[in-house]
Design a protein around this ligand. Structure first.
Ligand code: SF4
Ligand code: SF4
Length: 297
C-alpha cells in the first residue's frame, strides 16, 4: 500500500535578546526527544521542517540568511515563526542585536521580527522575554526591549500569536503547543488566557497543585531553606503563578523548583522579573495586585 504523504510544516526560529536558555530547554525535550521532533513526524503525517535555527544549524553566514528569507517568501502564510528573546527597539536597535546583513549593513532584530512575523501563519513567542519582555526588558532596559505582542500591537501586525513563557519554558509546553497547532489548528480565544498562554499548560496556579499545600493550609512555614513546610515566607510566588510544574515536573519528571527546596519565582508571569523580585522575600499585599492578575479558570 502506498504510504500517505507527510505534510511539511516549515519553521523559522530566530533569536533576539536571549540567553539561549529557551533553545537549550527545547533541545532537552525527553518525550519526544528533539531528534524525534526534527527527524520523525511530530504527529502522524506531519513533520516539523526546521529551516533556520542559529544554535543548532550547521550552516552560517549569508547562505543561511538567504535560506531564511527564501523560506519566508516561498512559504508565505504557511510557516511558523518562533521568536526567542525580547526585541531591542531603540533608535540604534541594530547596535543591540542583529540577524544577518543586507548590503553589508546589519539588519536589526526588530526588523526581522516585523518582516518575518507579518507573513507567518502563526508566531510562537518562546520564553518570558519574547512573551512579556522578561529579563531583557528588566530595569533599566537600555536596549528598549519589548515583547513580540507589544511590537505587533505597535506595528499593527495581526498574525496569530501564542505566548509560551517560562525562564526557560518547559519543553513540553513548546512542543505540545506546536503539535496541537499541527493537529487541530491554532488555539481559539477560549483555549488561551488573557496573556495568550495556552490553558493546557498555564491554566492552574502552582499553589493549587503544590505538594506543600497542606503545610500552607496548616500554617506550617519553612523559616530557612531545607526546612520542611510551605515556602511562602521564603518568597514563594506559587500563589500568583500559573503553570503545571507541580504536575508535569522538569527534566523528564525528575523534580521541579519547589520539590528541590526553592520557592517558585514566578518565571512564567508577565511581571517577571521586576514585579516578582525580591525572589526570596515574602509576597506582600501591596505587590499582589500587580502580578498574576487574571480571571480564574
Ligand atoms: S510552597 Fe509555594 S506554592 Fe507551595 S503551598 Fe507554599 S506558597 Fe503555595
Ligand atoms: S515552579 Fe515557578 S519558577 Fe519554577 S519553572 Fe515553574 S513557574 Fe517557573
Amino acid at each position: 500500500m502506498e504510504k500517505a504523504k507527510t505534510a511539511e510544516c516549515p519553521v523559522i526560529w530566530i533569536q533576539c535578546a536571549t540567553c539561549t536558555g529557551c533553545s537549550v530547554s527545547a533541545l532537552n525535550s525527553v518525550s519526544p526527544s528533539i531528534k524525534n521532533v526534527l527527524i520523525d513526524e511530530v504527529i502522524p503525517g506531519k513533520h516539523v521542517n526546521l529551516r533556520f535555527q542559529a544554535t543548532v544549524m550547521a550552516g552560517a553566514g549569508d547562505a543561511v540568511i538567504e535560506e531564511m528569507k527564501e523560506t519566508s517568501v516561498r512559504e508565505k502564510g504557511k510557516y511558523i515563526l518562533v521568536v526567542e528573546g525580547a526585541i531591542p527597539t531603540t533608535d540604534k536597535a541594530a547596535d543591540y542585536g542583529s540577524i544577518g546583513e543586507e548590503n553589508g549593513e546589519p539588519v536589526s532584530m526588530v526588523e526581522r521580527v516585523e518582516t518575518l512575523g507579518k507573513d507567518a501563519l502563526a508566531v510562537v513567542a518562546l520564553g518570558t522575554c519574547a512573551a512579556f519582555g522578561g529579563i531583557a526588558a528588566g530595569k533599566p532596559n537600555p536596549a528598549g526591549c519589548i515583547s513580540v505582542g507589544d511590537l505587533f500591537k505597535e506595528k499593527g501586525i495581526t498574525t496569530p500569536l501564542v505566548n509560551i513563557p517560562g525562564c526557560p519554558p518547559h519543553p513540553d509546553w513548546f512542543i505540545g503547543t506546536i503539535a496541537k497547532v499541527l493537529l487541530i489548528g491554532l488555539p481559539g480565544p477560549k483555549e488561551v488566557d488573557e496573556y495568550g498562554r495556552p490553558k493546557d499548560f498555564y491554566g492552574q496556579l502552582i499553589h493549587e497543585n503544590c505538594p506543600r499545600r497542606a503545610y500552607f493550609d496548616e500554617g506550617k512555614f519553612a523559616k530557612k531553606f531545607s526546612d520542611p513546610g510551605c515556602l511562602n515566607e521564603l518568597g514563594c510566588k506559587g500563589p500568583v503563578t500559573h503553570a503545571d510544574c507541580p504536575l508535569r515536573l522538569w527534566n523528564g519528571g525528575v523534580n521541579w523548583c519547589i520539590g528541590s527546596g526553592s520557592p517558585c519565582i514566578g518565571c512564567v508571569e508577565p511581571g517577571f522579573p521586576d514585579q516578582l523580585a525580591p525572589f526570596y522575600k515574602k509576597l506582600t499585599e501591596d505587590i499582589l495586585p500587580n502580578i498574576g492578575s487574571r480571571e480564574e479558570v
